[in-house]
Each structure stands twice: as C-alpha cells, then as structure tokens.
Design a protein around this ligand. Sequence first.
Ligand SMILES: *[C@@H]1O[C@H](CO)[C@@H](O)[C@H](O)[C@H]1NC(C)=O
Ligand SMILES: *[C@@H]1O[C@H](CO)[C@@H](O)[C@H](O)[C@H]1NC(C)=O
Length: 357
Amino acid sequence: MATTLSCCFTLALFMVILMATPSLSLDNMNVIDKCWRGNPLWRSQQQQLAKCSIGFAGKMINNIGKDVVKYKVIDPFDDPLNPKSGTLRYGTTMIKGKVRITFKNSMTITLQRPLLLSNFTTIDGHGVDVHIIGVGCLLVYQATNIIIHGLRIHHCKAQPPSTMMDAIRLVTARKVWIDHNTLYECQDGLLDVTRGSTNITVSNNWFRNQDKVMLLRHDDGHLRDKNMKVTIIFNHFGPKVRHGYAHVANNFYQWWEQYAIGGSMSPSIKSEANVFVAPSGVGNKEVTWRKGEKGIWKFYSVGDVFKNGASFSKQTGVGGAKPNYNQEQNFKVVDARSVKKLTSESGVLRCSRSLIC
Ligand SMILES: *[C@@H]1O[C@H](CO)[C@@H](O)[C@H](O)[C@H]1NC(C)=O
Ligand SMILES: *[C@@H]1O[C@H](CO)[C@@H](O)[C@H](O)[C@H]1NC(C)=O
C-alpha cells in the first residue's frame, strides 16, 4: 500500500513538474503573439512577424520578401558622422531599400545623435537583450513601413542642437508598428506621435516608470493631425491625445500619477475593454484628463474595468467613435477580464536558449 501510494505520489509530482515547465500556451497569448509565437516554424521564418500586426498599421507586408536586405548588428559603437559597417546606424542609414536589422548578441548602444529610420526598415531585437540609450533616441521622420520590435529603449536625453529626448518619436510617419518594446526613464516622453503621422499600431509594449508616457499630438498649424489614426492595444500604460483618433483597447493601466488617458484639441478616443487600476491613497482616481473648451470631447468608454476606485468621465453616446477598420486592420477586442493575462508579457520578451519565446 505504502509503495503504491508513494509511487502515485511520485507520478503526481512528476506531472505537476511537467505541467509547471514553462511552455508556450496559446491560450495565454493575445491575437498578435499567437500569430507568430504559435508558429512552430517561427525560428526559420522570423520575417513572418510582419504579417501579425493589426489595427491602423494594417499588415506590414511591405517589410517582407526576397528584396529585403538582412543586416546583423555586431558592433554597439555609434558614429553619426561616419557610420561604421556592423553598427546599428550603418544599418538604418547606409543600406538602400528594404532592410531587416537584427543583433548578433546582447548589447547596449549609446547613441550620439537621434537615430533616423528610413523607409522599409525593420529593427528586431528579439532573442537578445538590446538596450538603446543616449541622445535621441529613435526618430521616424517622413518615413513609412517601419517595424520596431523587441528593444529596450531608455535614458534618452537631449543634446543641443537636437531637442529630441523621447524613446521613439514619429514625425509625419505612416504605417508604423511598434511592438514588444520596453521603454522607460527618458528625459521627455516615451512615445511621441506628431505632425501628420497616421496608420500607427502600438502593441504589447511596456511603458515603465514614466508619467508622460505617450503623446499623440498636433503641433499648431498641423491640421493634418486631425486625420491621425492610432491603435493602442495590449500595452502596459497609455496615451494622451490631441486631435486625431485613438482606439485604445485591451491595455492594462496601473497607478498613473496625473491621468491615464489625456486629451486636448478635440481628439476622439474610444477606450474599449481596458483595465484601469487607480493609484492607492489620495492619488487621482480619474482616468481621463482634458484641457481646453468644453463640449467637444469625444471620450468613450466601452467594456472597461475600473479598479481601486478608478473613474472615467465619459461622453454620453455609448459605443461612439468606431474605428471603422478595414479587413486587414480589424481584430476582435477581448473581454477586459482577460487583459491582465494577455498583457502579462508586454515589453521585451524574456528568452533563453532552452525556452522558445
Ligand atoms: C520615404 O519615402 C518617401 C517617398 O515615398 C520620401 O519622400 C521620403 O523622403 C523617404 N523617407 C526616408 C526617411 O527615407
Ligand atoms: C492609411 O491606411 C489606409 C488603409 O490601408 C489607406 O487607405 C490610407 O491611404 C492610409 N493613409 C495614409 C496617409 O497613408
């Protein structure tokens, strides 16, 4: 009897260990991650990531194909005046046409100037630990078809004559997908989307330790920003919007300082199935912040979950401001109760040799 029991106990223990071994469970993944991480052949088809985007960026199919130059960064050095082959800056500025930039190993790149990304550039730090710090940092200026994936961008600072100090700044950028990055502690904001930028998807990012996280804004005189279209999905933390339209869905917001979603200059924001956990104690429990004239705000909240006393002062007219996605942009917004789970791997994915990620 005793032997039988102990045998069963061993077996049960073995099964528990087996079940607890980290493995890719598709159930825990959101629709973007499932699309590539769920592919068993992923390792040999990493370009296919480009087909997994959703939201206003659509599918990034212009970033794949036979004409894409594969470039590997082997040197963390940065010389803006004379970029050396093997460095990140060489890959983003010296290679003509479509380029897919990956990294040979983990490294910290200290930028001496903001890094300008050209059309049809993918930067993918997946699988290694890439930190980008220094002056800048990433600038997408008048460019289109850009993927920024798997990077840790932080401690970005200004240095005259450059005044840039965001982790990522989009200026007149179109069709940009920013996915699975960890952004934190920059001098200004973490992500600044401005001047006629549109068709942007910001997904699976972790915006850490910063109050001014994301600014979707307009500069005076840039009425084009009224057409700004941004999808913000599966991130930790959220945006401030001026003009334009943001569909903010399935994000996890926790402990904001002043507000979680802000707006000025009559933006339209549809907040859908997000989780808002208000700061404890005397902090501001209100999710939204709005500046300027009354009555022109279009803030809608549908299916959001509010915790710790969080509140959302919204417009009447439930379900307003539809994103009107086309087929390639469209996705199913999930129930807010799954959001914590579906954003639990936001930011750069932690990988090891033994664990496919
Ligand atoms: C990107 O392409 C457009 C034309 O489609 C061109 O006007 C622009 O200068 C290019 N930008 C960069 C940064 O290469
Ligand atoms: C944005 O995407 C839509 C749908 O793909 C497209 O019709 C439109 O031309 C794009 N806008 C710009 C400014 O590229």
